[in-house]
Design a protein around this ligand. Sequence first.
Ligand code: VGL
Ligand code: ZN
Length: 195
Amino acid sequence: MSACLQPSDALIVVDVQRDFLPGGALAVSHGDQIIPVVNRLLTRFSCKVFTRDWHPADHLSFSAQPAFTDKSWPPHCVQNTPGAEFHPDVRADLADRIVSKGADPKQEAYSGFQGTDLASWLQARMVKRVFVAGLATDYCVKATALDAKAAGFSVFVVTDAVRGVDQPAGSAAAALDDLEQAGVRLTTSQEMLKT
Ligand code: VGL
Ligand code: ZN
């Protein structure tokens, strides 16, 4: 339950980049299904933030035999390569702020708040509630939502606007459970956009 959207609400769109979408290096299955939902949400927020995974070519999380878990990913979202670009169908041109993360070759950084000024940037704009959408539910969406909560925001994850890596199967649903345990609320675009 999110009630009506308010001017002090922000939308954070996490990592809707070519490499996380079908055909990309670290494709999240059905990740493309969120794009029209994200685009609809973008029309309703005055404060819109996009995060992007922005790795150097020698990032420690890259593996030649990736296990698709922490620190064992195929090379992805390398700075200034096509895979790091926002997907052409998502309205990233509407972003008020783009936050790059994961640029330190020696650190895994899933959250848009980790090592960035995002919390103070939102606070300076009097944001109270943040709504999180994007990829992937079980990694960057989860970490970003938890950090938003820890920074004092009221946090919602828009469940039809996220998809997970989900390896092993069930991890994405488990991530949503963990988020609820931490006091993050779940909502849907339908719930948010009605009336
Ligand atoms: C992500 C794995 C590695 C994400 C980023 O955006 O969720 N997942 N890097
Ligand atoms: Zn990454």
